[in-house]
Ligand binder design. Sequence first.
Ligand code: FA5
Length: 352
Amino acid sequence: MTGPTSQSIHELVQTALDQLKDLDNAASLDQWRVAYLGRRGHLTQVLRGIAQLDVDQRREVGVLGNQAKRTLEESLVQRVDEVAHAQLEKAFTGDQLDVTLPGRPSSIGRLHPTTQIIREICDAFNTMGFNVVEGPEVEWDHYNFEMLNIPQGHPARDMWNTLWVDHPAPSDGRKMLMRTHTSPMQARVMEAAGPPIRVIVPGKCYRYEATDATHEWHFYQVEGLAVDKGITFADLKGTLYEFARRLFGDERRVRFRCDYFPFVEPGVDMSIDCFACHGEGTGCRVCRDSGWIEIMGAGMVHPKVLARVGYDPNIYTGFAFGLGPERIAMLKYGIDDIRLFYSNDLRFLRQF
Ligand code: FA5
């Protein structure tokens, strides 16, 4: 007969425990664990050998083998604890570590102020029945301009200083760019779905332009589009007044002025009285002496834009708007320079 005996198990446990009591660091304790309890460890081999014993011996030695395993496991846990405790005490008495000091607080992240304001804007429009959709930041000339009634060579293209993208693959002569506004999503949404449409589109835009207190070369916009039978300019004004009321409260003054965008007719811009000079204007660098800060462009969707996506402009009408969330956050929180948003200064970002 080959295989373990009660005697050999007893001796193995003794040897293991003798070694264990002299171990005093995590690495040697782990080596010990592998040597005795690991897959190829001494005790594991012994337990495997039990299967070779006669039936009457197997029972007795098997019980002993299991007890041995439990003893080694429990002794290891206890020794790990003793060693950790001893190390802590040593460090404490040696003045290396004061365990009574409060721990270092872990820094908890927060949402960027732009993300916070975009969520607030989306919430306001969601409750008015608008769904949120998103679109590509790298866009075709076709959607950024052509579908919006701004053909090649049209002077209105100068309104959006464009960053063009070299297309790495054959693009059939189509030109690619960093979208200058979220308006291309008007055509994409209308192509993908039929009326009625009520969507808002938050997203990043890029323009090749100089920066100042209210202009960045990359910034966000939130586009809005509503198309249905019988939508009028009164719906546009009602929706945007309600939006301003929800975000800024009843006392903020709102101004609509005629503006030109080739994809709306009539077109307007909406401004809110300047938070820095309370609408006074004179000598204010935030509103550049005007007393007003423009927060969005808007208007009734141009019949040509509707026709290009296959909607009959004699049946359907709609309004669209595009607003700048950073400008809204500036108004709401009294931030006097848009460049603070993306300059990664934690002293600024931690305030939100
Ligand atoms: C547009 O981009 C139009 N697509 C808006 C529109 C949509 C009009 C639908 C009609 C219908 P505009 O260039 O004015 O328009 O930009 C819209 C808003 O984006 C501005 O009111 C402003 O809040 C913000 N914005 C524009 N340029 C910058 C910039 N350089 N930095 C920060 N915010 C900007």
